[in-house]
Design a protein around this ligand. Structure first.
Ligand code: AMP
Length: 378
């Protein structure tokens, strides 16, 4: 089924991902309706219609769905029951299954283990005897992560020693909720594969991105990542396995650790466009947001060619600590573009926007984007 330009695409969630998706959709002549509990949201600013209501208000959700030709989501924590209720009204892409798998780390790791992609050693923790068993099978150093609703490093505790008291302290700090314990990986680098699968089963992969995190939040992405051709192929193969196993339709991101011994281990998956793919807007033939639109609307996937080496730096609310950043200074750096999400309150750690730089080499792009960001506050 093709959902042609002129149709109405719905987005559950109304943050920056929905905003950039909506901009791509409007450019191609679609109408965009967004639904979230927020008002005057980043997506709402650029959508045709913004509905502000709760995700568990099934009457409002059904009414919203009746006005759409296809529905997608930009926010992972939409309750599964909401998507299940809408699937009989409008096609939901990607489907509820992919969302459900990625909403819980234990489910996600179970799924990844079943489809046989490489993972760090891990074990589920629900009781204190599970914790002891997990620690003896996984060993220290390890990271204990809450199974549900964790993002950007929230709900994680590092465990440095094999003594159970360290692990118990970590579990208490996380509220004794269900967790997964995973081995702490000494990686050379973190990378991501932003991949797409169309309604016809065709797949496409953006070049691999290298990601550097600061305080568990993505800080800078550079493309292409310095992987060998065989490592790249392996990463794409992992991505294809995951997409096919989920009969996925849309864009999905796979975050991987590239270990010091050259292995690629899946850290987690996100069933949507991803922060590490923002540079595709300026640097690729098709952006990850247009790709998402093409996939969910049943159009052929676009070219993922990287037109020039590129880097992206996130702009967090912390940059506003001394007053409004000097936008003109960043805009003066050649090859740098500014993306702001229209958020009013610049809280510390909040993603307010990003800068992208294009250059002759990935290193030069990274230097340029980091310099441009530093110039904002000097
Ligand atoms: P996550 O929310 O799982 O993506 O974790 C956020 C960041 O914490 C990752 O991007 C890594 O930088 C770090 N991290 C998470 N899990 C591990 C691990 N098992 N070993 C080493 N670093 C990790």
């Amino acid at each position: 089924m093709i959902v042609p330009p002129g149709s109405v695409v719905g987005v559950l969630g109304s943050g920056q991902l929905g905003r950039m998706f909506a901009l791509a959709a409007r450019r191609m002549g679609y109408r965009v309706h967004t639904y979230s509990p927020e008002e005057d949201s980043p997506t709402g600013h650029v959508a045709d219609v913004e509905v502000s209501a709760a995700y568990d208000d099934l009457d409002r959700l059904r009414e919203f769905a009746r006005g759409l030709d296809v529905l997608t989501f930009e926010f992972e924590n939409v309750p599964r029951a909401a998507l299940d209720a809408l699937e009989s009204i409008v096609p939901v892409r990607p489907g509820a299954e992919a969302l459900w798998v990625s909403q819980n780390r234990e489910r996600e790791k179970d799924f990844l283990r079943k489809v046989n992609v490489p993972l760090a050693p891990w074990a589920a923790v629900r009781t204190s005897s599970d914790l002891a068993a997990a620690l003896s099978s996984v060993g220290a150093p390890a990271v204990l992560k809450t199974a549900a609703f964790g993002y950007d490093g929230k709900g994680q505790e590092k465990i440095s020693s094999n003594g159970i008291s360290d692990a118990e302290r970590a579990w208490e700090a996380l509220g004794l909720v269900p967790c997964v314990l995973e081995s702490f990986i000494e990686f050379q680098r973190e990378v991501s594969v932003v991949a797409a699968r169309g309604a016809d089963g065709a797949t496409a992969f953006f070049p691999i991105f290298e990601n550097v995190h600061q305080d568990h939040i993505l800080d800078v992405t550079t493309a292409p990542a310095p992987l060998s051709l065989s490592e790249e192929d392996l990463a794409f193969e992992i991505a294809r396995t995951i997409l096919d196993a989920l009969s996925y339709v849309g864009v999905l991101c796979i975050e991987l650790f590239h270990t010091s011994s050259g292995k690629l281990l899946v850290n987690e998956i996100a069933p949507r466009p991803h922060n590490s793919g923002h540079l595709t807007i300026d640097a690729c033939a098709t952006s990850q947001f247009e790709q998402q639109l093409r996939a969910v609307c049943g159009l052929p996937l676009g070219s993922t060619e990287l037109l020039r080496p590129a880097a992206m730096a996130n702009l967090l609310g912390d940059l506003w600590a001394g007053g409004a950043p000097c936008w003109e200074k960043a805009c003066a750096v050649p090859g740098v573009t500014l993306h702001l999400y229209g958020k009013k309150e610049p809280r510390p750690g909040r993603k307010m926007g990003h800068l992208t730089a294009l250059a002759k080499t990935p290193d030069e792009a990274r230097r340029r984007v980091v310099d441009a960001r530093a110039a904002l506050t000097t």
